[in-house]
Design a protein around this ligand. Structure first.
Ligand code: F6R
Length: 226
């Protein structure tokens, strides 16, 4: 599988917004797993502009939380729910959401939805998806876990202060069962891991490598691929 290559992060956001817009137009009840992180933010901002302009309507779609830190309140600035709410749920006008509180609650909620239609994902510098850190096999379930030193460091960069050492993540099994997966990758620092994910062996050491088993669309900028 070869990614769709865009000139830069701005063009990437346009292409990703086009893809997501088409999906929700085809199925207004789309259930969407929503990554936070830096990569999809320009895409979400572009979607918000389109909603504002009346070009697309997310009001009947459902936003599903991908991951969260343990032991912090919703109003903590580091809360990933908070980030998802500010960047996606509110600006796009979604009224239906599924929070990730516990594996049992989450599994039941996904079943009630009839599964996920679309997973919007970023690529961790170590190949992680959500907080499915290496090694994560394809059947890794929704679970709580301790973050690796690499992820603690990259997550600290978002807020400039330490993040909790524990997290909960949607499982690899949930992500890989999504009817469509969309992986967004930007920047030269992701080039090595993107090539490993798409061209290397499928391995728990690069959890994103298992996305090739799914109906996968990868949109990357030139810096991340060429
Ligand atoms: C965020 C998440 C993470 C990020 C990944 C890439 O909800 O689950 O897996 O998608 O760490 O982060 P950025 O986009 O900041 O490089």
């Amino acid at each position: 599988m070869t990614p769709t290559i865009q000139a830069d992060a701005e063009q990437l956001a346009q292409a990703a917004a086009d893809f997501i817009t088409a999906q929700v137009r085809a199925n207004p009840h789309l259930s969407i797993l929503v990554a936070t992180g830096n990569t999809p933010m320009p895409t979400y901002a572009e979607l918000a502009r389109r909603v504002e302009a009346g070009d697309v309507d997310f009001s009947r779609a459902t936003a599903v939380q991908l991951d969260e830190y343990l032991g912090i309140e919703d109003d903590d600035p580091r809360s990933l729910w908070n980030w998802m709410r500010r960047s996606f749920v509110e600006p796009l006008g979604l009224t239906r959401t599924v929070r990730l509180h516990s594996p049992g609650q989450f599994g039941a909620a996904i079943r009630d939805l009839g599964g996920l239609d679309l997973a919007i994902l970023g690529l961790g510098p170590n190949g992680h998806l959500g907080f499915n850190e290496p090694p994560s096999p394809p059947d890794a379930p929704t679970r709580t876990l301790a973050l690796t030193p690499a992820s603690l460091e990259s997550n600290r960069a978002y807020w400039g202060v330490a993040v909790p050492a524990g997290a909960i993540t949607a499982g690899m099994d949930v992500i890989l069962a999504a009817r469509q997966t969309l992986l967004l990758v930007s920047g030269a620092h992701k080039r090595g891991v993107l090539h490993a994910a798409l061209r290397g062996p499928e391995t728990p050491e690069v959890p994103a490598s298992f996305l090739r088993r799914t109906a996968l669309t990868v949109i990357a900028d030139e810096a991340a691929w060429t």
